[in-house]
Design a protein around this ligand. Structure first.
Ligand code: CTP
Ligand code: C5P
Length: 373
């Protein structure tokens, strides 16, 4: 018998935390159905989403563990929904999700014993990413190994819920491990017959423009390798790009470990080079047996010495420009958020308040259970 599993959520600014929950959910059965809420429902219960529903449906559909997407899934999960899609149970992360009036959105499936929990990925959430942009914070960038051990929940720069003070979100910084990379990676390397396509970039705050680009690039071959530039390289690109509106901004918003998982979560990606050189060299092309190198229609900043980073693939006649048909960029995405700063600050504040109140009630109930009188 095929065990169908149900997950639902907003999946706004789809990040590797979402992908990790879908990975775990898929492992609990054979077929994964994901319900994604409409913009209207999210605005009502939580505040305005960053990505619209069409964008969110498409992003979730492209995640490698997802078999089916249900568009416009209701905010509160009902038994009728599970039955309609033939799902045995619902899976959600070990945090709490509430409606506008503070009701647990999973109360029905919980009481019917049709609810299972997966482990929430600490240190990343839509709220946290929006917070990073609003605060122009650089806490997410790796500045020294010891900083990973600091629990920033007590630090003074955590206004607006930017770093997730909520008791359910726990650590405010993602702790990357080799195990996690392994879980996200494809088991098989390229076959001898594969035609290898290589692309490189920042892929910061992985968005639908990136997805459109990668899917088009993949069509040029059969095995797609994505080279991710290191955080200092990405920072230089943003600072020095002629058309950059955010010179000096603390890009990348997501560090190299986070960007690695973000890219690996998508079905069209076969392999990632973690910290790829800025220029695509002859050695790199030989090493990976690359047949095609491509870049989208966004501008290309020259290497430090002024050379074109794609001069070698161009010389070999292996370079191609890809039209993603999408003009969204990481900068435009940040701009979307900065222009609606107040809405998002309010959304983050409300979410945190609701979670703190629910947590206080939960602790009170726990105390009463321990000391009955
Ligand atoms: N999730 C997770 N780890 C995260 C973030 C989300 O496992 N770091 C899971 C949630 O527990 C849920 C699913 O992803 O099962 C969809 O979450 P969603 O409804 O989109 O909410 P959040 O990402 O938690 O959004 P926000 O930060 O706005 O609360
Ligand atoms: O800007 P970044 O380095 O993240 O871009 C990675 C790749 O994705 C680049 O080749 C870029 O041109 C491409 N891209 C695209 N369409 C978009 C956004 C990015 O083709 N809307």
């Amino acid at each position: 018998m095929v065990v169908k599993v149900w997950c639902d959520g907003c999946y706004d600014m789809v990040h590797f935390g979402h992908a990790n929950s879908l990975r775990q959910a898929k492992a609990m059965g054979d077929y994964l159905v994901v319900g994604v809420h409409t913009d209207e429902e999210i605005t009502l219960h939580k505040g305005p989403p960053v990505f619209n529903e069409q964008e969110r449906y498409r992003m979730v559909r492209a995640i490698k563990w997802v078999d089916e997407v249900v568009e416009g899934a209701p905010y509160v999960t009902t038994l009728e929904t599970l039955e309609k899609y033939d799902c045995e149970f619902c899976v959600h992360g070990d945090d709490i999700t509430m409606t506008a009036d503070g009701t647990d959105t999973y109360h029905i499936v919980k009481s019917a014993n049709k609810y299972k929990e997966c482990q929430r990925t600490q240190g990343v959430s839509t709220t946290n990413l929006v917070g990073r942009m609003l605060m122009l914070s650089k806490d997410h960038l790796q500045r020294g190994a010891q900083e990973y051990n600091v629990d920033r929940r007590s630090s003074s720069d955590m206004s607006s819920g930017a770093c997730g003070r909520s008791p359910w979100t726990g650590l405010s910084q993602f702790l990357p491990t080799t195990q996690k990379i392994l879980q996200f990676s494809n088991k098989d390397g390229p076959k001898k017959t594969d035609k290898i396509v290589y692309v490189a970039g920042a892929f910061d705050l992985f968005h639908i423009g990136h997805l459109d680009f990668l899917e088009k690039a993949k069509e040029l071959g059969t095995y797609l390798i994505v080279g991710l530039h290191t955080d200092p390289v990405v920072n230089r690109v943003y600072k020095e790009c002629e058309d950059s509106r955010y010179k000096g901004f603390n890009y990348p918003i997501m560090n190299i470990h986070e960007r690695t998982l973000s890219v690996l979560a998508y079905r069209c990606v076969d392999e990632v080079v973690i910290g790829a050189p800025y220029a695509v060299s002859k050695e790199l092309m030989e090493h990976f047996n690359v047949s095609v190198v491509c870049h989208g229609q966004t501008s290309v900043l020259p290497d430090i010495g002024g050379e074109d980073p794609y001069s070698e693939p161009k010389r070999q006649g292996k370079y191609q420009t890809v039209d993603s048909g999408n003009d969204l960029t990481t900068e435009k995405l940040v701009e979307r958020i900065l222009t609606r700063r107040l809405d998002y600050e309010e959304r983050n504040r409300k979410k945190e308040e609701k979670e703190m109140a629910a947590y206080a009630a939960f602790m009170k109930q726990k105390d009463a259970e321990v000391q009955p009188n």
